[in-house]
Design a protein around this ligand. Structure first.
Ligand code: FNR
Length: 407
């Protein structure tokens, strides 16, 4: 597969001059000042005038302090897996069918007992106050207005109860289990009490990840940020409201280093809502999670932020779909930026897709309206390709609608 120049898009956006896309879009540069609510007013465009998801990245870069943009942009090592996630979609072609009645489109689907109006959810993104003061509450309001599922991060900057009230519907709670079972139990219980209908255990974040682009950006911008870091702390456990009031003195890792199938079973028994595992990239681990009682698998490499595998999630998907064999839903995230990307993931057997960075870019650029605009673009683009490809329902999208000569 040809992953040309995948390193450089992130780095170019982070380090490059303003001859970049933001300037072309007519966005004034805010320099090093922290993101402020009035920032949206300075933007030449309104959120609904932005053409596509990639343009939101440039807008976010123009709005955010470098360290905060570095936080969202960063992968690990050379950021190549970040790029590969998206580029892999460009090597899959769509085989459109013409003689199909597409006068009525239906993008809805039953997922884990609930009807979703579209096969898209906002995946967990931590510390969203780094992008806009409305933070996760802004995302939740946007998700509510567009009827989109939301997965809330353990490291959210808003309290789970506050987000649940803004979303006003069941949501998924992402879980960094930590190495302290008492803390694990407490945060699971709190999220369940707040109304989550699934716990999504993230299994791909271990200590020592080399988020070099973030570190580089932090070196560029050393000011104290009290807006999103209480006491200027970068420690998620010390800062995130989900851990408030708990004794976290024994927490040393976000993920237990000895996580096994037995651990998954123990956690599955403790969780009283649905239980999913996020960060699976092989058939073997998908089967292990299934046997441990998982109700869903999320094929994810953390948006290229875990380890530099150079293996896109869309390349991981087929083996996992085959191994799971329809027994539980399989979700995927990473690099989804167009409606055609969603279409391809669904054609390869994904039940729905997760969106990571685009919601953060939308939030950074415009607050809640930016997240709504991001959702609207995905919705519109998915509908267009479904009509064009001759697939009026999600069930009608399958492998026959794809070709991949370069894979
Ligand atoms: C994430 N992601 C993430 N995942 C998770 O399970 N818990 C978390 O707290 C976070 N936090 C987080 C912060 C930031 C800034 C980013 C960019 C990502 C990963 C996220 O849920 C998702 O897997 C990827 O972001 C999907 O890839 P794309 O859409 O960003 O390419």
């Amino acid at each position: 597969m040809h992953h040309q120049d995948s390193l450089s898009r992130t780095r170019r956006l982070l380090l490059g001059g303003m001859a970049g896309a933001a300037a072309l879009l007519g966005v004034p540069r805010r320099g090093l000042s922290a993101a402020a609510p009035e920032a949206a007013a300075e933007t030449a465009l309104t959120a609904d005038q932005v053409f596509n998801i990639a343009d939101f990245e440039a807008l976010a870069r123009a709005k955010l302090p470098p360290a905060h943009f570095g936080y969202v942009a960063s992968g690990v090592d050379d950021d190549r897996t970040v790029g590969v996630n998206h580029e892999a979609y460009s090597h899959i072609q769509i085989r459109s069918r013409r003689f199909v009645d597409v006068s009525k489109l239906d993008t809805s689907r039953m997922i884990l007992g609930k009807r979703w109006s579209q096969p898209v959810y906002f995946s967990a993104v931590s510390s969203m106050r780094a992008f806009h003061p409305d933070a996760e509450v802004g995302v939740a309001r946007a998700a509510a207005s567009r009827q989109i599922r939301m997965m809330l991060s353990t490291g959210a900057s808003c309290a789970v109860e506050e987000v649940a009230a803004a979303r006003n519907a069941p949501f998924w709670q992402q879980l960094y289990a930590t190495n302290d079972w008492q803390v694990t139990e407490a945060i699971v219980r709190r999220a369940q009490n707040a109304g989550c209908d699934a716990i999504v255990l993230t299994v791909d974040v271990l200590p020592g990840r080399n988020t070099e682009t973030l570190f580089r950006a932090m070196r560029q911008d050393t000011r104290v940020c009290t807006q999103c870091h209480v006491g200027n702390s970068h420690d998620m456990v010390g800062r995130a409201p989900l851990f408030a009031g708990l004794d976290v003195s024994h927490v040393t890792d976000l993920t237990p280093l000895n996580m096994s199938g037995d651990y998954l079973e123990r956690l599955r028994k403790m969780v009283s809502v649905k239980f999913m595992v996020k960060g699976v990239v092989t058939a073997e681990d998908a089967v292990l999670a299934l046997h441990a009682g998982a109700d869903g698998i999320v094929v994810s490499n953390h948006g290229g932020r875990a380890e530099e595998t150079l293996r896109s999630t869309i390349e991981c998907l087929p083996e996992i779909v085959a191994a799971v064999g329809g027994r539980i839903p399989v979700f995927i995230d990473g690099g989804i930026r167009r409606g055609t990307d969603i279409f391809k993931a669904l054609a390869l057997g994904a039940t729905a897709v997760g969106i990571g960075r685009p919601q953060a870019w939308g939030l950074a650029a415009f607050g809640q309206p930016g997240v709504e605009a991001v959702a609207d673009i995905f919705t519109r683009e998915l509908q267009i390709i479904m009509r064009q490809a001759g697939t009026p329902t999600l069930a009608s999208i399958n492998k026959d609608h794809l070709a991949w000569p370069k894979l």
